[in-house]
Design a protein. Structure first.
Ligand code: URA
Length: 183
């Protein structure tokens, strides 16, 4: 799951997050590290565009945060990536410093969180694109690891079900034999 700041103009018009210029750059990074956009859920802290794209006000974030909580509850992501400092300050810690702390990981219960530069910041300062690519590679690695963990648990559960079925088949067979011997 990726979480941005607030819809921009294009996002407000289409109702889809990250479809404007910043979104197109995000798509390039997803493509570069082999993450399909259809496999990630993208949300924003604010659900409406602030006037003239100014930073969200704390009261606006407060008004929207329960919607994001519900999105997280429904999606149950293994990894949450904050896109930019506004999301990182709201979701990781209020004094988050994106320039110094981007790409670091925080474990929070069922998921891990990290933050990367906001794609709009990369449009303004392309020198940060290399850092972004490295952070995105680490995110892909983490997603692959959690995919492998999930597959391992799935196989373990399948083998437990198979052995429970074998035990119950055996018991039924024995009971059948006992019944036949009695008759
Ligand atoms: N910037 C954001 O933070 N979110 C969007 O959806 C688009 C641009």
């Amino acid at each position: 799951m990726f979480v941005g700041e607030a819809p921009g103009e294009q996002e407000d018009l289409t109702g889809t997050p990250f479809v404007g210029r910043a979104g197109q750059l995000l798509d390039k990074f997803l493509y570069a590290v082999d993450i399909e956009r259809k496999n990630v859920y993208i949300a924003n802290i604010l659900k409406c565009r602030p006037p003239k794209n100014r930073d969200p006000l704390p009261a606006e974030e407060d008004a929207c945060i329960d919607f994001l909580r519900e999105q997280v509850r429904l999606v149950r992501p293994k990894v949450i990536v904050c896109l930019g400092r506004i999301a990182a300050m709201r979701l990781i810690k209020p004094d988050y410093k994106i320039t110094q702390e981007h790409g670091t990981w925080v474990e929070k219960g069922d998921f891990a969180m990290t933050a990367v530069f906001h794609p709009a910041a990369l449009l303004r300062d392309p020198r940060r694109k290399e850092d972004m690519l490295n952070d995105m590679k680490a995110i892909k690695k983490r997603l692959d690891e959690s995919e492998r963990e999930f597959e391992k648990s799935r196989q373990k559960a399948a083998s437990m079900v198979a052995s429970a079925k074998a035990s119950s088949d055996y018991i039924l067979e024995q009971m059948d034999k006992i019944k036949k011997a009695k008759d």
